[in-house]
Design a protein around this ligand. Structure first.
Ligand code: FAD
Length: 454
């Protein structure tokens, strides 16, 4: 284990990071590097967040939505943190798109390498975060302090602590986004969300309706067809990818339908085109909602139709910055390096090395961002979908963080294009060999390779 060099910073703060998933780990590391005193509170028994697979779905609250067969949708080369490549390791899952466990092991290696575990209190769930009542509310400056109440598993006692700053890194793939369908409450057969789907076996010989054809909907349908009697995939749009069309034409028991119109008490599921099937199970692959049940900001930060706001650059609520921040809110970007850039920014703001724009400027920026999304016809619930490398580079510029390497961008796009055309095979067969060579010959792999596991 080699710990990072810690800076002596003039304004060292007591910081609580909530969550030890990929974004919380990046935050903890950068905060400590900057000289802050860091405590990470993690409800689970280990690091990894989504990547800590949890086969038990019968308990009331499960964090991870990862299913047993899940393999990465992005190639491993683009997944790593900027100075810790996600290398192929002997005796492990060496595939380019490895299974979920390999990413979990990578995150454990990351913690080991940089000595992060010592900052983490495991099995400790945060139940409340709120501003310390200082008599009057002092908004927008350093004097806000935060009360964090947490509870250790199997202990009754709630521990109350006060911090100078809180970084929320609790992820957003754990609270199912449920659709509302006519007759849903009266439909007596099995209805479940992909959040608690793990293996196909319980659906053997069943007729299953899968709602939603996003990544999980497609993946799960593809494995269900091997055991279920029939799989009926209900998609919002009739425009499906070439890859999905190929899969459907290959399997006699996989059928595509439009949206569901209503559910009937006798088990019928009727689609908007009038077709119907009698199903045993409806599996909702309808995505996830942002939720921070522990967070009390007196209404300053709210979640409105999956818009968490107002957040300056998806990270800081202007009225509470920099003492309250969020890492990992944006979707549809290359996650780990972005989390690092967010973490660095937060750490440097807290130490006083950098300053934020004025409250007015931050609010104006948020407003302009919302307006640009409205004009582009992007629904509010997709506020945090970035899908834009330029945004990541602009974000990085604010703190002098390196831009995403061109090969990272290229490999990300080639995987997306390949999955679109070859849904069933893209994780095992590809044609981006030149880009891959470029990546493997880049400093990320050639210079950091030796350091990563020395
Ligand atoms: C099915 C699925 C497939 C995915 N595939 C990919 C992929 O191929 N590539 C990719 O880049 N991303 C993928 N993702 C996205 C994935 O979520 C991110 O890679 C990453 O895990 C986000 O990290 P995070 O730390 O922000 O959140 P998480 O990984 O969710 O970690 C949050 C942590 O916070 C903890 N926590 C939450 N609430 C509390 C509390 N109250 N108190 C204490 N601790 C708390 C949780 O236990 C958890 O450890 C996938 C997600 C899902 C669900």
């Amino acid at each position: 284990m080699v710990s990072d060099d810690h800076q002596q910073c003039a304004q060292s703060k007591n910081v609580c990071v909530i969550g030890a998933g990929p974004s919380g780990l990046a935050a903890a590391r950068e905060l400590r590097k900057e000289g802050h005193r860091v405590v990470v509170l993690e409800q689970n028994h280990d690091v990894g967040g989504q990547w800590l697979y949890d086969p038990n779905t019968d308990q009331t609250e499960v964090h991870s939505s990862v299913y047993a067969s899940l393999r990465l949708t992005s190639p491993r080369e683009i997944m790593g943190y900027t100075d810790f490549p996600f290398l192929v390791k002997k005796g492990r899952d060496v595939r380019r798109f490895p299974g979920h466990k390999e990413l979990w092991l990578y995150l454990k290696d990351f913690c080991q390498r940089f000595g992060l575990r010592e900052m983490i209190r495991f099995n400790t769930r945060v139940e409340y975060v709120g501003m310390l009542d200082c008599g009057e509310l002092i908004i927008g400056n350093d004097l806000i302090k935060w009360v964090v109440k947490s509870k250790e598993k199997k202990a009754d006692k709630v521990v109350e602590e006060v911090f100078d700053a809180v970084v929320v890194a609790t992820g957003h793939y754990s609270y199912p986004r449920l659709t509302s369908i006519k007759g849903m409450d009266k439909w007596k057969r099995k209805q479940m969300h992909s959040h608690i789907y793990r293996v196909p076996e319980p659906f053997r010989n069943e007729v299953v309706v899968v709602v939603g054809n996003s990544l999980s909907g497609q993946d799960i349908s593809m494995e269900l067809v091997e055991v279920a009697k029939e799989v009926h995939l209900s998609a919002k749009s009739p425009n499906i990818s070439e890859g999905l069309s190929k899969v459907i034409s290959k399997h006699n028991n996989l059928h595509l339908h439009p949206q569901i119109d209503c559910l009937r008490e006798d088990g019928r599921v009727t689609f908007v085109d009038g077709c119907w099937v009698t199903a045993d199970t409806i599996l909702y692959c309808t995505g996830y909602s942002y939720s921070f049940p522990f967070l009390d900001t007196k209404g300053i930060v709210v979640v409105d139709d999956d818009r968490v706001g107002p957040l300056y650059e998806h990270t800081f609520p202007p009225s509470l910055a920099p003492s309250l921040s969020f890492v990992g809110i944006p979707r549809k970007l290359i996650g780990f390096p972005f989390f690092e850039s967010q973490a660095k920014w937060i750490a440097q703001l807290l130490s006083g090395k950098r300053t934020l724009p004025s409250w007015d400027q931050m609010m104006q920026s948020v407003k302009e961002f919302y307006h640009s999304r409205d004009v582009a016809g992007i629904p509010k619930h997709n506020t945090h979908d970035i899908a834009n490398f330029e945004y990541c580079d602009r974000y990085a510029d604010q703190i002098g963080f390196p831009h995403l390497e061109e090969w990272r961008k290229g490999l990300c796009i080639s995987a997306l294009v390949n999955s679109d055309a070859n849904l069933e095979t893209y994780r095992d067969s590809w044609d981006d060999h030149e880009l891959l060579q470029e990546a493997l010959q880049s400093p990320h792999f050639t210079q950091l390779n030796a350091q990563a596991f020395d």
